[in-house]
Every structure is written in structure tokens, then in C-alpha cells.
Design a protein around this ligand. Structure first.
Ligand code: 1CP
Length: 358
């Protein structure tokens, strides 16, 4: 591993490991994104995946929110859909619509078109370069988070061909093509493990796995098609990090909508369980059990409210979560039409209201 500048703010890493913190760390999902005028300016000049694939641009965009807000972490600018691309699929980002796969997986036959053993360094080396560059440019200010999509969420995009409300085409596979579904989920899992290891090798100091489509599964299907692979990722990754002499970085799992699964997620091998805004913080704390840090969970739409209202909600969050073993965040990504000044109120009030008087 390269030598990087020493970390000055390790609040997020300490909170993730359950160590005592002087104040609660905060970062925001999609903190680099279209709500920032400087991001829109970069996007006007470059296509979405060109930014992802150009380390200099990905680094620039990653650092944009840190220049404005007192955040306790950076998250590398990329997308979960770079993994399906690495497996041979074409993904385009369509203006006003989001991601689009011109040739989605229609039936298990189509899996023949995928490359199931991916040369991760070759296909995703540009993410590793972006991470190393960003680690240097951060100069140790805050830790850098790497990430990937969870297997079920990625499988559902690959079959739906883009965003979907019902995710019914992908769910049809779970009922009709159980074996092929497991084969696909396993292939994605294997790529994710190698991809996440590569991110740590490149300099990522924490990792988040996004299971954004957990909420569409019921308890049984979650267990069989999501949890099994999330757990495998955590276990295999830790084993590989140890074998390679790489740091055992904190792992965060965010399974949106998985109310029923909090106890399972709490014992799935992750240090941190991210929760969306529909959870009550103190009940979530009870459900995940001791020894697990929580992350979340302000409703992103609360940022449409007044600044005073945001402060009040942060106060409530501090009461619900407590000041330890908690990483403050939104309960999902920030939307493009939100006011950056309101995000600043969120970030600053987490800091001021969670100061520990020790
Ligand atoms: O700042 C950061 O958080 C890092 C950058 C980041 C991350 C972590 C982006 C940039 N995307 C993601 C993860 C991601 N991508 C997820 C998981 C988190 C979540 O649930 O939102 C998902 C589901 C995607 C897929 C995706 N990419 C969508 C959702 C589509 C849908 O309707 O299902 C969209 C709109 C994108 C594009 C995208 N990715 C990122 C940005 C800033 C954008 C906006 C596109 C643009 O600038 O044109």
C-alpha cells in the first residue's frame, strides 16, 4: 500500500468501531451530486461515466462537498453500476431518466453474454486510481469511503435495465429461475469481494455496501437472495484483507427498507448498519443489538423544511441514537433540487448538538 498523509479526523472510524467519540461524525449519501452548482458545472462539460472513469475528475467531484461543509468523511465519486459494466454490460446515464441498459438480461440464457470471471484490476482499475489520487489530495483531512452495490440490487438493475418501481422482472427470476438467480448473485458477489479488496489496497479507509432494493423483498427472500450474499461479502473480504496484510477497515451495510431484517443485519459481519428514515432510532438500536454502530437516518425531504425545523430534528435524532456508536447521515441520498445551505445546517447542527461534555 502506498504511503498516504496521516489521518487528522478519525471520528467516523472510531464511531464505526464503537470507540468513544467527542462528537458524532456526519457524512451524506450522494454528498457529491447535482444539488451542488459546482457539480452541475462539471457535469455540463463531461458525461457521467467519463467523470467516473477519469481519476482527476472523479477526485475533483469527490472533494467538492468537503470544500463547503464540515463533513467527517469523503465518499469516492463513482456508481454502483460500474460493476455490471465490468461484467460486460453497457450502461448509459440518460438525462432526466437515470441509468439505462440497452441490453438488459431478459432470461437466464442472456447470462452467457456476461463475463463471469472479471479481471477486476483491468476493468475497474480507474476506480482504484481515483481512490489513490483522492487519498493524496485529501491530505488526511477525513477518511475516504469506498463502496459497491450489493448483489441483489445489482442483479435487479441488470434484469430491469434501469430504475423500476415494482422490480417485478427481477423478482420473477427469483420465483421462476431460482438456480440461475443464485448463479448470478454468486458471480456478482465474487466480483464485489475482489473490487472492495482492491479499493482498500488503493486507499479506501471504510467501505459501504448499498442494498438499495432490499425493501422489495420479504423476510424469506431477503434471507435467501440478499443476506446470504451480504454476509459472504463481509466474511470473504475480511479473510482476504487479512491474507493480503491490508487494514481491516470498517464495513457499513445499508439495506434500504429492510425493517424486518435489522437483527439479522446486526449479526451479518458488518460494523455499521445504515438505516433509512422510516426507522425509529431507539428501536433500531434495540433491534441490531449491542456492538453495532448505526448510521442514518434523517428523511432527505426534511431538508425541504426550514432551518429551525432541521435543527429540531437533529436534536430528536441525538436523543434517539445517543452520542456514541452513531454516524449521522440522511436516510437515503440527497435530491438534486435541495438547497446546499440546508444541508449545511444539518451537518453543523449534528456537530454542535452532539458535542460530548467530558
Ligand atoms: O456522493 C456520493 O454518494 C458518491 C457517489 C454515488 C453513489 C454512492 C453516486 C453518484 N451513486 C451512488 C450509488 C448508487 N447509484 C446507488 C445506491 C444508493 C442509492 O440507493 O441511491 C444506486 C441505486 C445507484 C444507481 C443510480 N445511479 C441511480 C438510481 C436510479 C434509479 O432510479 O433506480 C441514479 C439516478 C444514478 C446516477 C447517479 N449516480 C451518482 C450521481 C450523482 C448520479 C446522478 C446522475 C447525474 O449526475 O446525471
Amino acid at each position: 500500500m502506498a504511503d498516504f498523509p496521516e489521518l487528522k479526523n478519525d471520528l467516523l472510524l472510531r464511531a464505526a468501531r464503537g470507540e468513544t467519540v467527542e462528537r458524532v461524525p456526519v457524512w451524506v449519501m450522494r454528498q457529491a451530486g447535482r444539488y451542488l452548482p459546482e457539480f452541475r458545472a462539471t457535469r455540463e462539460k463531461h458525461d457521467f461515466f467519463t467523470i467516473c472513469r477519469t481519476p482527476e475528475l472523479a477526485c475533483e467531484v469527490t472533494l467538492q462537498p468537503l470544500a463547503r461543509f464540515d463533513l467527517d468523511a469523503a465518499i469516492i465519486f463513482s456508481d454502483i453500476l460500474v460493476v455490471p459494466q465490468a461484467m460486460g454490460m453497457t450502461v448509459e446515464m440518460v438525462k432526466g431518466k437515470g441509468p439505462h441498459f440497452p441490453e438488459r438480461l431478459d432470461s437466464p440464457e442472456d447470462m452467457k453474454k456476461l463475463s463471469l470471471s472479471v479481471d477486476v484490476d483491468k476493468e475497474l482499475g480507474y476506480v482504484f486510481s481515483a481512490i489513490s489520487l483522492t487519498r493524496r489530495r485529501l491530505e488526511g483531512k477525513v477518511p475516504l469511503i469506498g463502496f459497491c452495490g450489493a448483489p441483489w440490487t445489482l442483479m435487479s438493475y441488470m434484469i430491469e435495465g434501469g430504475g423500476s418501481n415494482t422490480i417485478s422482472r427481477a423478482k420473477a427470476w427469483l420465483y421462476r429461475h431460482k438456480d440461475a438467480s443464485h448463479q448470478l448473485l454468486q458471480a456478482i458477489t465474487d466480483v464485489c469481494v475482489e473490487y472492495l479488496e482492491g479499493q482498500v489496497k488503493a486507499g479506501a479507509q471504510a467501505l459501504q455496501v448499498f442494498e438499495s432494493h432490499a425493501g422489495i423483498l420479504g423476510t424469506k427472500q431477503f434471507e435467501e437472495f440478499s443476506l446470504l450474499y451480504l454476509t459472504q461479502i463481509a466474511n470473504k473480504l475480511r479473510e482476504r484483507l487479512q491474507q493480503s496484510g491490508l487494514p481491516n477497515v470498517p464495513l457499513i451495510v445499508f439495506a434500504k427498507g429492510a425493517h424486518y431484517a435489522l437483527p439479522d443485519l446486526g449479526s451479518s459481519g458488518y460494523d455499521v448498519v445504515g438505516i433509512d428514515w422510516t426507522h425509529d432510532p431507539s428501536e433500531a438500536r434495540r433491534a441490531v443489538g449491542g456492538g453495532v454502530c448505526l448510521q442514518g437516518n434523517l428523511d432527505p425531504c426534511a431538508l425541504y423544511g426550514s432551518k429551525e425545523d432541521i435543527v429540531g430534528r437533529v436534536q430528536e435524532m441525538v436523543r434517539g441514537f445517543g452520542r456514541q456508536s452513531w454516524i449521522a447521515n440522511l436516510g437515503h441520498g440527497i435530491y438534486p433540487d435541495m438547497d446546499p445551505e440546508h444541508l449545511k445546517v444539518f451537518v453543523d447542527s449534528v456537530h454542535s448538538l452532539s458535542q460530548q461534555s467530558v
